[in-house]
Design a protein around this ligand. Sequence first.
Ligand code: ADP
Ligand code: ADP
Ligand code: MG
Length: 494
Amino acid sequence: MFSRVLVANRGEIALRILSSLKNHDVETVILSSPIDENSLPVRYAHQVIKFKDSIPAKSYLNQELIIDRAKDMGIDAIHPGYGFLAENVEFRKRVEKSGIAFIGPTVNQMQVLGDKIQARKTAIETNTPLLPGTTSGLSVEELQQKAKEIGYPILIKAAAGGGGRGIRHVQSPEDFETQATIAQQEARMAFGDDRIYIEKYLNNARHVEVQLLGKGDGEVLHFGERDCSMQRKNQKLIEESPAPTISRKTASKIQQTAIDLATHLQYANAGTAEFMVANNKDFYFLEVNTRIQVEHPVSEYVTGEDLIWRQIQIAAGDDINLQQKDITFRGHAIEARIYAENPYNNFMPSPGIARRVVHPFGAGIRVDSYIETNTEIPSFYDSLVSKLIVHSTDRPAAVNKLYNALDSYKITGIQTTLPFIKQIIRHPDFQQMNYSTKYLDTHMDNFPFPEEYKEYARAIATIFHHFKGNQEQKITVQATNHWKRSLFPVPRWK
Ligand code: ADP
Ligand code: ADP
Ligand code: MG
C-alpha cells in the first residue's frame, strides 16, 4: 500500500477521499488555494501544498507545480477526484513520467474513452448499442449531410465534452450550421479542442449508468446501475440506485454491456459507462467517464463497498480479493446534489459565506459536504456544496427519508437549491417516476417560488420598506421579486 497520497482536489470529494485514506492509516497531503486554507478538508489532511493564487489555472489546474511539489514531498500516488485534472490526459502522462502512481485508468484508456468520438468507435468494436451518429472527425458540411440522413432532432456534441457542457440541440436543418459553429467555439473555449460529432436525439429517455471497477488484468466488476434522469440542462441533480423504471433483466443486460466494453480495454480502476434508455428497455451507449463520479455514494450504499478505497487498492496493485458474486445489493439509495445557486433566479450562483450550517443525520442518512458554519463558498469553483444521500429498504421509504432529511437541513447566508430539491422530491411526478431527462427543462412551472418563503420574504419586506399591513398584495409581489434577486438570505427561524 502507498504510504503518502496526494488528493489533487478540493471540497466534498477531497474530504471524501481523505476519509478513506485516513481510515486505512495512509498519510495524506492536500492542495489548497488561499481561499480554501481554513476549509475542513485542508484542516483534515496531514500536510498541505499551498498555492499563491485561487484561480483554477494557477491552483488546482497547475499541473507543473502540483507534480513538482508532490515529488519533493515523496508522494507515492495522486488521487484526482472528479473535475479539475481527473480526465486530463496530459496530467496523467506527466504523473506517470514523474514516477508517481495515478489513481485512475491508464493513459491509453483515458485517451480512448475521453475522446467521445473514439469511444463511439470502441463501442462499435464490442457490439455496444449506439444511437445513430458519427464516429470520425468530419467537416461541418459532412456532419450536416449525416444529420439529414439520421433525421432531426439531433445533438451536436463536443468530442472532449463533459459535465453536460458542449451539447447543442438542433431541431431542424436550417439551424445546423449556426449551432455547429457555436458548438465548435464553445468546445474550443471550454476544452481547448473544437472537434464535434452528432448523435440522434432520443426523446423521452432516461439516463442509466453502470458503476465499474476494473482490476486491470481484464477482469471488470460492476456495482449495479444508477438512474440519473432528473437533470437540469443535461446536468444531474438527483441520482438513485437501483434504476427504478427498468426491469432487473434489462438492468443485467445494461450491466453486461458495460462490462464487455470495459473488459475489451482491460479497463483499470473506477469508471462509469453511461447509457440512454428508451421505453424502459432499449438502451444506447453515451460515454464512459474515466474517474470516480459525483454520484458514487448511492452505489456504495446499496453494495456496502468503499469505492474510493477500492480505487486506491487497485492503483497500489493490491489484490482486492473481490469477485462479482461477492457484490450484493440491498435496498434503495438516492442522492440529491445541493448547489450554492438561487433556484428562483435562473440558478444564479450564490457564492458567499454559509452562516449557519446544520447537516441532517440519522440511520441511512449520509452527508458528503465540506461546509461548516462560516465556510466561504468561493465563486472560482464548482458551486456544489453538499450531497445528501439516503438509504432505505425500498424507493418510497428512501424518498420519504430524503424529504425529511432535506427538511431538517439548514444552510443560511447563501442561496442554495435545497428548497427546489424539496419541491421535486415532494412532486408526484418524481414519486411516480414520471419524468425523462428533459423534464426540468420543460416543467419548471411545477416548481414555483415556495409559499413558505413568500411569508418570510413579506416579513422582511415589511420591516425594510415600512409597508402598511393593508398592502398585502403589493408586499408579496415586491418581496418575491427581492427574493428572486437574491437580496434575502434563506430563512433562519426554522
Ligand atoms: P458526474 O457524472 O460525476 O456527476 P459530471 O459530468 O456531472 O459527472 O461532472 C462532474 C464534475 O466534473 C463537474 O464538476 C463537472 O463540471 C466536471 N467535468 C466533467 N467533465 C469535464 C470536462 N471534460 N472538463 C471539465 N470539467 C469537467
Ligand atoms: P457529458 O459528457 O456532458 O456528460 P453525455 O453524452 O453523457 O455528456 O450526455 C449528458 C446528458 O445529455 C445525458 O444524460 C442526457 O440527459 C443528454 N443527452 C446526451 N445524449 C443524448 C441523446 N442522444 N438524446 C437525448 N439526450 C441526450
Ligand atoms: Mg455524461
